[in-house]
Write a protein that binds this ligand. Structure first.
Ligand code: GLN
Length: 470
């Protein structure tokens, strides 16, 4: 009830698309009953959780923040949602995002932008007042980052204890960094994607947003493991729940990728990054500079692969099977076209067009096949570094702290996310686990996160190091 009342109080953040109040209250009653009767409890019995609105939920509208899916109520739960429900969680609602998770601000969904709860902290407000004098207070707020910004705002505003995000190029880690949370992207194949409405199938993973590493480990322990409904999940069972406490980091080797020192990196983030490296060094860890030479190609390579997969993924939204259908009936083709024009925003339509261009017979070799080869080179860069003895990489998560909404939307929404994803996208192309950990507040009083990147399927080791650092 406390969480539900906070959802109401913080409605202006626009974190939730659907609040499943009745469902949550019923689940809470059932949980209480189990407790009173001394029945066995689930691992998260009675714990409020929110879910990004691109995971299917039985009987609860799932929109992907798009006109295309408004009113669509799935007949099944995503595997990750089902696993959480099996452990007794209370489903508080479905959270806001960029349309179909395409974006890095949570500003581009059909339900409007998500506001960063930190915009309303006393410290930030006071500093803004001194600076801005007379600016319109109502439009003076910060983005959450994205695309899982609704999930991040929901956790940061204490309306739930954890939330599911999705991460294709940084969408869980980026809003975590901007909202002062833990944002975890598991190894590709560790957690089922069944029921996560796809953006880029070969890069998508469900992500976890929490307020501390131990909470992440508990949720991951529940979610990880093979799913017969997702053939890309691995067989090895994983049980994480309690992370060991790392007391000695002196045997660790931490890699600092030199290509991540980009000119756009803010001096504050850069200085926190080097302080973090110094901390490991002073505790006896080996900290070395490493090279990931193909980093500079990662944004453009992601763009070709992402849009190509998007073009194919979005073909299912034809007005026949799901959600929106326009009422033009001159011909089937005209109905398809008008439905898709009305249903998708310009970011989604732009990506479908680019993707279809890259997939044209005459372009396929030159773009799609070439991007796949570059993707291999990017993945090999990481493999080489880890094979040389590095345990984890330490990098920034974002270029700076959260930016004001009005500044963010000045740039064209089809290009604005590109450079900001420089630290996160390559990780998805290589399928590695990564976590953004909050480190400190900037001079504006806003959170800054740093990222640890681990070896494939060494998710537990990665979280253990993150816990030591936290
Ligand atoms: N910003 C990236 C994009 O728009 C990543 C999005 C994501 O991870 N879902 O594709």
């Amino acid at each position: 009830r406390k969480c539900l009342s906070l959802i109401k109080k913080t409605k202006f953040l626009n974190a939730y698309i659907t609040v499943s109040e009745e469902v949550a209250l019923k689940q809470a009653e059932e949980s209480e009953e189990r407790y009173k009767k001394g029945q066995p409890l689930g691992d998260l019995d009675g714990i409020p959780i929110a879910v990004k609105d691109n995971f299917s939920t039985t009987g609860i509208e799932t929109t992907c923040a798009s006109n295309m899916l408004k009113g669509y109520v799935p007949p099944y739960n995503a595997t990750v949602v089902q696993k959480l429900l099996d452990q007794g969680v209370l489903l508080m609602g479905k959270t806001n995002l960029d349309e179909f998770a395409m974006g890095s601000g949570s500003t581009d969904g059909v339900f409007g932008p998500v506001k960063n709860p930190w915009s309303f902290s006393r410290q930030y407000r006071e500093r803004r007042k001194q600076k801005s004098r007379g600016e319109d207070e109502d439009s003076d707020w910060l983005i959450t980052g994205g695309s899982s910004g609704g999930s991040a705002a929901a956790v940061a505003a204490f309306t739930c204890f954890a939330a599911l995000g999705s991460d294709t190029g940084g969408s869980t880690r980026n809003p975590a960094a901007h909202c002062g949370l833990l944002g975890f992207k598991p190894s590709y194949g560790l957690v089922s994607r069944h029921g996560l409405i796809p953006l880029v199938n070969s890069m998508d993973v469900p992500g976890i947003l929490t307020r501390c590493v131990d909470d992440t480990a508990i949720v991951l322990g529940i979610l990880a493991g093979h799913d017969p409904k997702d053939s890309t999940t691995v067989q090895n069972p994983v049980k994480l729940f309690m992370l060991p406490s790392l007391t000695d980091v002196s045997k660790l080797c931490i890699g600092i990728p030199k290509e991540y020192l980009v000119p756009e990196l803010s001096s504050e983030v850069q200085s926190l990054w080097s302080k973090a490296a110094d901390l490991f060094e002073s505790e006896g860890a080996k900290v070395i500079e490493v090279s990931l030479p193909h980093t500079c190609y990662s944004i453009v390579c992601y763009h070709v692969l992402c849009t190509s997969e998007v073009a194919s993924n979005m073909a299912r939204f034809d007005g026949l099977e799901y959600g929106h259908r326009c009422n033009i009936d001159v011909s089937t083709e005209a109905m398809y076209a008008a439905t898709r024009r009305e249903g998708f925003n310009d970011v989604v339509r732009g990506r479908i067009l680019s993707g279809n261009f890259f997939l044209l017979k005459e372009n396929y070799e030159n773009y799609f096949i070439r991007a796949q080869k570059v993707r291999r080179l990017i993945a090999n860069d990481f493999a080489n570094v880890f094979n040389s003895g590095v345990d984890v990489l330490l990098t920034p998560t974002t270029l700076s702290d959260a930016v004001p909404y009005l500044e963010f939307v000045k740039e064209d929404n089809r290009t604005r996310s590109a450079q900001g994803d420089i630290f996160t996208q390559a990780v998805n192309m290589a399928g590695l686990p990564a976590v953004s950990v909050p480190v400190a507040l900037s001079s504006q009083g806003l959170p800054i996160g740093l990222q640890f990147i681990g070896r494939a399927f060494c998710d537990q080791q990665l979280l253990t190091i993150a816990k030591w650092f936290e």
